[in-house]
Design a protein around this ligand. Structure first.
Ligand code: FE2
Ligand code: FE2
Length: 331
C-alpha cells in the first residue's frame, strides 16, 4: 500500500458501517475509536483514498486495533515520536496521571520514552526532613521499590522500547545523605539512583547529566548550577538554552511552557526552551504548606523528530490525571 500525506482522511469500511481515520503525519494515522460492534470484532477493513480507490484491504481483529497498529498500516515511519515525562516524585505521584501516562505509552508505542528525572522523591534523606518525622518515614529502598512496582513494572508490561532516565536532585538525595552524614558507610554501587532502581534489569538507560536525544536538542533535569530560574513557565528552559546554545527540554521547575527566541537576520536562528511540568499529586507535597500554593502545572511532552526538524508539544494533564493526546482520551 502507498503512504499517506499529512492531513489525509482515510475511510475504513465494513458491510454495515463506515469509520474515518485521520493521518497525523508521515508516520501514520489514528483511529477515532468509535467502533461500537463488540460482538464480532473481526472486521473487513478497507483503506480508500479521496477518490474511493482501494489502497489496502484486509481482515482485521479490532481488539488488536490500536493507533500504533494503524500507524504501521499507514506507511513509512520517518517521524520518530518521543514521549517525555518529568517529576513523578513517587510515592508523591498523581496516581491516576501515572496510570494515564502508562496507558498512553502502551497504546501509542512511541519510538522512545525520556524521563527527565525526579522519578522518586526520596523524602527521608532530604535536607528538609532532617531531624523531623519525615526522616523516619519510608526508607530509600522502600521508595525505590514503590517506583519499580507502580511505574517501571506496569510500564514494561506493555512497552519494551527505549526508555532513558536522567539524573536529578531528588535522585541524588540518597547518595548525598550518606556522603554528608555517614561517609564511612558510603557505597557508590548501592546508593546510585540507577542501582537503587535496578535500571539494567528493566533495560532502562541512565544519563546522569544530559541527554542529546535529537539534532540540536539537549534534555537536562535542570537542577545543576548556572541556570537562572524564572517564575514564568518556559523562562528557565530558554535561559538554559541560551547557556548551552542549543534547544533544551527540562523538568525540575514543575512549570509547563514552551518559549522561543529568534535572533539573526530574518530571524535565522531560533532557540526553543521547553519545561515539561510535573506529575505529582500536589496534595501530597507537604512542604508547600497547608494551602499548597504553587505555580506548577501537570503536563507531559510529545516530540516529533523528522530528520533535523524537531516539533515539541506539551500535553496538559487535567487535575483528575486524564489528558488527550493525538485526539485520544487517556485516563
Ligand atoms: Fe521535581
Ligand atoms: Fe528537580
Amino acid at each position: 500500500m502507498g503512504n499517506f500525506a499529512l492531513g489525509d482522511w482515510i475511510t475504513v469500511k465494513d458491510a454495515t458501517s463506515t469509520e474515518h481515520m485521520h493521518c497525523i503525519g508521515k508516520s501514520g494515522c489514528l483511529t477515532r475509536r468509535s467502533f461500537t460492534d463488540d460482538t464480532d470484532r473481526a472486521w473487513r477493513v478497507r483503506f480508500t483514498d479521496d477518490s474511493e480507490q482501494i489502497i489496502y484491504e484486509s481482515e482485521m481483529d479490532l481488539n488488536d486495533w490500536t493507533p500504533t497498529k494503524a500507524a504501521s498500516k499507514c506507511g513509512n515511519d520517518a517521524v520518530r515520536r518521543i514521549v517525555l515525562i518529568s517529576d513523578l516524585q513517587m510515592p508523591l505521584e498523581h496516581q491516576r496521571a501515572n496510570r494515564s501516562v502508562i496507558n498512553f505509552i502502551h497504546d501509542y508505542q512511541p519510538d522512545e520514552v525520556i524521563n527527565i528525572g525526579d522519578i522518586t522523591d526520596y523524602t527521608s534523606p532530604s535536607r528538609w526532613s532532617a531531624g523531623r518525622r519525615a526522616e523516619y518515614g519510608m526508607t530509600v529502598r522502600q521508595e525505590a521499590d514503590y517506583t519499580r512496582r507502580k511505574h517501571l513494572d506496569p510500564l514494561r508490561q506493555g512497552y519494551s522500547g527505549p526508555y532513558t532516565l536522567l539524573g536529578s536532585n531528588h535522585g541524588e538525595r540518597p547518595r548525598k545523605y550518606l556522603v554528608e552524614r555517614a561517609p564511612a558507610l558510603y557505597d557508590d554501587e548501592a546508593y546510585r539512583e540507577d542501582k537503587l532502581l535496578d535500571l539494567d534489569d528493566y533495560g532502562i538507560a541512565f544519563e546522569p547529566l544530559r541527554y542529546d536525544f535529537a539534532p540540536g536538542w539537549a534534555a537536562i533535569h535542570g537542577h545543576t548550577q548556572g541556570i537562572s530560574l524564572s517564575r514564568h513557565a518556559g523562562g528557565t528552559a530558554i535561559n538554559a538554552a541560551r547557556r548551552l546554545d542549543r534547544n533544551v527540554v527540562m523538568g525540575h521547575t514543575h512549570r509547563a511552557g514552551i518559549v522561543n527566541e529568534s535572533t539573526g537576520s530574518g530571524a535565522s536562528k531560533t532557540l526553543t526552551g521547553v519545561e515539561l511540568g510535573h506529575l505529582m499529586d500536589i496534595r501530597k507535597a507537604e512542604y508547600l504548606g497547608a494551602a499548597r500554593f504553587a505555580n506548577w502545572q501537570m503536563s507531559i511532552g510529545l516530540f516529533y523528530v523528522d530528520g533535523k526538524n524537531v516539533t515539541p508539544h506539551l500535553i496538559p494533564v487535567r487535575s483528575n490525571g486524564s489528558f488527550i493526546a493525538e485526539g485520544e482520551y487517556y485516563s
